[in-house]
Ligand binder design. Structure first.
Ligand code: SF4
Length: 216
């Protein structure tokens, strides 16, 4: 892992550009309350938000609390989320998480560390939950955010976990909760894994990926 010295000027250029592309950026996962949002994030691992929303559109109308899911039972949860990747593991972990949340308030899980005590909730899921529901200044790093941050030379790392640690040293005093939303839309619709829109991207003059990969 090599230290990268992105300038504050370039950070501002990137953040401003992302803001201009996605002025109304917000989560695309649909939910009616914080509990449902947590369940939706757990379901969204290795699955698109669209698939999660499709699976939930009818069930979230009636499954609003941990007790509702517990009454359903693990087998029925499996059946209900069958269209989602890893549905058996997810059903088991959603059930276990609901068992905990039927005894303890979700609002008491107010830090990344505490949220990780729930099942299938890792650092990334915990940060998504906190930045969306509490506006906590944390940046959730998945493989896509890891890719974009490396392309733009915020960091030069090999894994999302390394990026998660390094980005905290680079982004100090920035609105990370806001950046979380704009970055997601940026990798989803603009700086895609394959065929990123480099030719129309206003960051191509400062983008490491564009300089090294596209011009070689
Ligand atoms: S120039 Fe290309 S790779 Fe770089 S940020 Fe823009 S779209 Fe992504």
């Amino acid at each position: 892992m090599r230290k990268v010295a992105i300038t504050k000027d370039n950070i501002k250029k990137i953040v401003d550009y992302l803001d201009s592309l996605f002025p109304d950026a917000k989560t695309e996962l649909v939910s009616e309350n914080e509990f449902q949002f947590l369940i939706a994030i757990i379901m969204s691992a290795q699955t698109t938000d669209k698939q999660v929303n499709k699976a939930n559109q009818e069930f979230f109308k009636v499954l609003k609390s941990p007790e509702d899911w517990l009454n359903l039972g693990q087998k029925k949860i499996e059946n209900y989320i069958k269209s989602i990747g890893f549905y058996k593991s997810k059903a088991k972990n959603i059930y276990k998480t609901c068992e905990i949340l039927s005894k303890e308030k979700l609002s008491d899980f107010d830090s990344v560390e505490k949220l990780q005590k729930l099942y299938w909730v890792g650092i990334k899921t915990a940060k998504v939950f906190l930045s969306v529901t509490k506006n906590t200044q944390v940046l959730a790093v998945d493989t896509h955010v890891h890719r974009v941050l490396n392309r733009l030379w915020f960091v030069k790392t090999k894994t999302p976990l390394q990026t998660d640690k390094e980005i905290q040293k680079v982004m100090i005093g920035d609105d990370l909760a806001r950046l979380h939303h704009t970055l997601i839309l940026f990798w989803r619709y603009h700086c895609t894994a394959r065929n990123p829109k480099c030719n129309i991207c206003k960051l191509n003059k400062i983008c490491r990926y564009y300089k090294i990969e596209k011009l070689k």
